[in-house]
Write a protein that binds this ligand. Structure first.
Ligand code: C2E
Ligand code: MG
Ligand code: MG
Ligand code: MG
Length: 296
């Protein structure tokens, strides 16, 4: 009797697997088509200085709305592209778009771009990244690449080599989702980073949970000692922003400062939040207003 139930379960289970495989193959095909027909987009979320609220740069985030499937999260389609072996194609398209968009921003703003773990194991990543930046005319010193602890730990030797190559080009490296990965702090000694992004899980618990507060405090202290910049991810309220600033966290990112926006909305955001940019733009558009004429 139990055997029959067992067999029944196996049948159900395998048909679920078959269904899941059909679904992900359909998703894969739709995603490949979307990349080829230029329907995968990139949005930008501001990263600000917590002390004065000034925008320092933006993180590029992949966006895909399929006509049949609707909104598909990058947390779903990025891993799918990795699994099916076309993450380089997806990532190159996204980096090119992001770098091109960034050219319209003030030059002192950085672009932060997520590198997938597969790319951190692929020796061609440095060359591919550089050729895209060159063809767009993008200064590598404006680029930050976000990588995760897990990616670094999975293929440590290759990852360390790629990180060093990228840093030699002037590209900075951010450790994303810090505190949630499977690294040991000791192993992090083998890698050189420029910035740490504290995961949203700690940030969203900070007002209610003393443990998260202590963890953030410890990360900030560690980063000060190692001369690393710190960004808190997922800040949603003014109270969280203030608390993080008081804990010594230098930069912040989250819905409180701005949600991910398309390029047009990003330019409007800069207009409203980046004084010098608004001035420049007014001049370019020939708008009237007080203006110093240096020629006479
Ligand atoms: P991530 O790199 O940690 O990106 C931050 C995620 O947190 C984004 O989700 C962002 O929209 C979300 N977020 C930012 N502020 C807040 C907030 O205040 N509250 C809440 N609830 N969420 C906030 P998103 O865009 O869905 O991306 C999810 C993940 O997908 C990213 O996590 C990243 O790992 C991956 N991803 C996104 N775009 C790319 C890409 O172009 N390439 C690669 N390789 N991965 C990407
Ligand atoms: Mg990120
Ligand atoms: Mg993150
Ligand atoms: Mg995250």
């Amino acid at each position: 009797r139990s055997k029959r139930r067992g067999r029944g379960q196996i049948t159900v289970y395998s048909s679920e697997i078959a269904q899941e495989m059909r679904r992900s193959t359909q998703l894969e095909q739709a995603l490949r088509n979307a990349i080829i027909s230029d329907n995968v987009d990139v949005h930008f979320q501001p990263i600000v200085n917590l002390a004065d609220g000034r925008v320092k740069g933006f993180e590029a985030l992949a966006r895909w709305i399929d006509p049949d499937l609707g909104f598909v999260s990058p947390a779903v389609f990025v891993p799918l592209a990795e699994e099916r072996g076309f993450i380089d194609m997806l990532s190159e398209t996204l980096l090119r778009k992001a770098a091109e968009a960034t050219l319209a921003w003030p030059r002192d703003l950085f672009l932060s771009f997520n590198l997938s773990s597969a790319q951190l194991m692929d020796p061609r990543t440095t060359y591919n990244t550089l050729s895209i930046l060159n063809s767009v005319g993008f200064d590598p010193r404006r680029l930050e690449l976000e990588i995760t602890e897990t990616a670094v730990m999975t293929s440590a030797d290759t990852a360390a080599r790629i990180i060093n190559e990228l840093r030699e080009l002037g590209i900075r490296i951010s450790l994303d989702d810090f505190g949630t990965g499977q690294s040991s702090l000791g192993r992090l000694r083998d890698f050189t980073f420029d910035k740490v992004k504290i995961d949203r899980a700690f940030v969203s618990a900070i007002m209610t949970d003393r443990t998260s507060e202590h963890i953030i405090k410890a990360i900030v202290t560690m980063c000060e000692g190692l001369d690393l910049a710190v960004v808190a991810e997922g800040i949603e309220t003014a109270a969280e922003a203030k608390k993080l600033r008081d804990l010594g966290c230098g930069m912040g990112q989250g819905y409180y400062f701005g949600k991910p926006m398309d390029q047009a909305a990003t330019l409007r955001y800069l207009h409203d939040h980046y004084h010098e940019f608004a001035m420049l733009d007014r001049e370019r558009l020939g708008a009237t207003g007080p203006r110093v004429d240096h020629d006479t």
